[in-house]
Design a protein around this ligand. Sequence first.
Ligand code: ADP
Ligand code: MG
Length: 386
Amino acid sequence: MSDLRDDVRDGFRNAFKSEPAGVWSAPGRVNLIGEHTDYNEGFVLPFAIDRRTVVAVGVRDDRRMRVASTYADEVAALSMVELRPGQLGEWSAYPLGVAWALGEFGVDLGAVPGVDIFIDSDVPVGAGLSSSAAVECAVAIALNDVWQLGLDRQTLAQVCQRAENAAVGAPTGIMDQYAALFGRKDSAVFLDCRGMDAEPIPLGFAEAGLAIAVIDTGVQHSTAGGEYAERREACERGARELGVPSLRELRADRLDEARQVLDDVTFRRVRHVVTENQRVLDTVRTLRERGPAAIGPFLDDSHLSLRNDFEVSTPELDLAVETANANGALGARMTGAGFGGSVIALVPNDALSLLRVAIDGAFAEHGLGQPDTFVVTASGGAQRDF
Ligand code: ADP
Ligand code: MG
């Protein structure tokens, strides 16, 4: 991590031939449980991980904005008053979109000084660990500081979500931004996406001799693709046909009625969201009352629901979950939106090395590329580093 902060300053100097004003960073996240519930006003329980996106930012004496990243060769540059969705490039739509979205939230982009931004990161891209929100949130807290905007973190989360929805065009919920901005060491962020209350929930993995292993299948997912939008639409259709403002309002005891009213696919999408909300509440209660070793069954049930009802898993994710559970994990599930990306497994520390070997072996046996298996720890949210 300290290497990354040095690298980002060197990268900034090389790209822009000047000194940055400061360095800021924001973490990636895993979602412990609560998948595809955020845009249904439901519950989520992500935690920020010890992988971060770091940005060095310098203030210019004109009104231009330039962004460069170790992720890409080109430098994106434009005048701040030209910031418009659809004209921000591909990867550069994330950082430039945050500046545009700040304008939508009332910042006068004709009055603030221009900036140069250099981005470096050790959050894997497209692995379901939210490299996208890490970029957005690092840029947002940096601009909030250098432009002296005084915006609170709730507002910055909304700004970043607006950037991803409108400037990038990915209709994602707000979970990732909350995890990146409200993450705390050794805690998960319990977020009620209706009231937008974020509460830290101590995890206690280390004390219990447990770890969360990420198994990155290497199959890149994309939230900008049609499948994600299609799942969102199915949830909205289900809520509309059942006469509730959002699926959050649908109680489990109405699922029998829902089965009569809805077509089979819509019903199963709805059932996933309703049962997943309950699993988040059960996981929080279990963490408090019995500790982290007892939450495994909720992770397993979540995966089955995402696989069978919401249909966002893949053969690689299913193989990783099955292999982890057959080799010492207490529970495992896909994490993030699905269609690729990563699995998380709750694993006793002394079972980790065996698990890694078993995963590699199973993927080789199925003729699949080798996954990347690594432990993540719950870490702090976005901050200024220098
Ligand atoms: P995830 O958030 O799961 O990693 P997304 O598809 O939501 O996947 O976001 C990945 C996109 O975010 C990349 O394709 C790229 O455009 C952008 N991105 C991620 N990390 C960086 C980075 N370090 N520099 C520039 N752009 C990045
Ligand atoms: Mg993302």
